[in-house]
Design a protein around this ligand. Sequence first.
Ligand SMILES: C[S@@+](CC[C@H](N)C(=O)[O-])C[C@H]1O[C@@H](n2cnc3c(N)ncnc32)[C@H](O)[C@@H]1O
Length: 449
Amino acid sequence: MIKDVLKANDSVNINDTDINALKQYFPSCFSKDGSFDVEKLAKRLKNKIDVSREGYELNFLGKSYARLLASVDTTTVIKPNQQHNVSPENADSENIYISGDNLDALKHLLKSYAGQVKCIYIDPPYNTGNAFEHYDDGIEHSQWLNLIIPRLRLLRELLSTDGSIWISIDDDESHYLKVVCDEVFGRQNFVANVIWHKKHTRANDAKWFSDNHDHILVFAKNKEEWKRILLPRPIEEKGYDNPDNDQRGLWASQPMQVKTPSEKCIYEINGPTGKKFWPPKGRSWQFGIDRYNELVIDNRIWFGEDGSNVPRIKKFLSEVKQGIVPLTIWPREEVGDNQEAKGEMKLLFPDDPFSTPKPERLIQRIMMLATHEGDFVLDSFLGSGTTAAVAHKMGRRWIGIELGEHAKTHCIPRLKQVVDGNDQREVSARLLSGKAVVVSSSIHLPPPS
Ligand SMILES: C[S@@+](CC[C@H](N)C(=O)[O-])C[C@H]1O[C@@H](n2cnc3c(N)ncnc32)[C@H](O)[C@@H]1O
């Protein structure tokens, strides 16, 4: 017992009792790493408040500097990969790959592509505190905000007026990111917070919760101008048939009577076998006699195989509304999960898979909702290249930026496979006609003067 007390005493600091009291009463004055922010406490203790000067704003160390970073011009130069770019199969490419820091790269891009990008997807480091094999994901909270804010400001400038930005994030920073995005894109342009079911296994060793979702924050450049595209309706051929070989294709029969009767829709129908039909008591047919006769002429009324059943109306599969409105919860069965993404990586790089890829189906869903063929798609945290790979497979033009060494070891080899038509997995329904279209460039800092 005494041994335990002596051991515990070894790690006691002289201000522990005070700090614990402060933690109890002023938890908001401590940052995530447990350090105490005396200025926050001073603000809390101020007894005079100028209400007229208060607003909704996220404040953090270096916020003004973050704004400055977005405003100053880059002192870097783009060094094009001439050898690659002049080869005949690449000469007409409209796709761009830049390896380097996206802050500089975005500034270069703004000079030619401002207002031209239809969809931006980014999957920045989440600031989970982990050190992944290919990049570090643990920086101080305000440093993370300083990384994100200037880049968001530049990304906004690149968006077309009918464009949208989609940002993957998890619970560590998602709520701060929402506030920051409100500031950059305008609260009125917030579209949705999609919940992606990224994991189906339970981490039984999790200290509190086993985290199994990510957020995808969606903002439009201008919500009045942005139009989401409907998702393709899953082909539900179940229940559809074509027993009379109708040239309009598969159809299903539906009841012709309705519960709320209308006087002019109650009439006798003569079936093809001479059998007569009335709507059931308390009901009427769906339409009046004139409309009924039109439908008969158009071969849309069905009396069963032998012509003696109660009349029903034919509903053709080709005429069912083609698209469905997206939901804000995206199940892994529909868009894949982390495990699926890792599987995709292992197929491409069995010995050294990139550690935090997104599944291709997830990006495909975003592209479906936000872009048409030929639109420009941009990802400035490209990682292993998923966004560019999917965009290419879907016939979109793309711009990708990546800073890490895996730009060379993962991203470029992956995109080469895609543009050469050698990766036909998953979303590779259609490839752009023509051969390789990648333009590879890198940013080089000029020597210090
Ligand atoms: C979560 S990963 C993106 C993964 C990607 N969505 C995929 O499917 O492979 C984040 C990436 O951002 C890159 N990154 C971080 N800071 C960057 C910066 N300033 N400029 C460019 N890329 C950066 C990291 O190197 C990392 O590859």
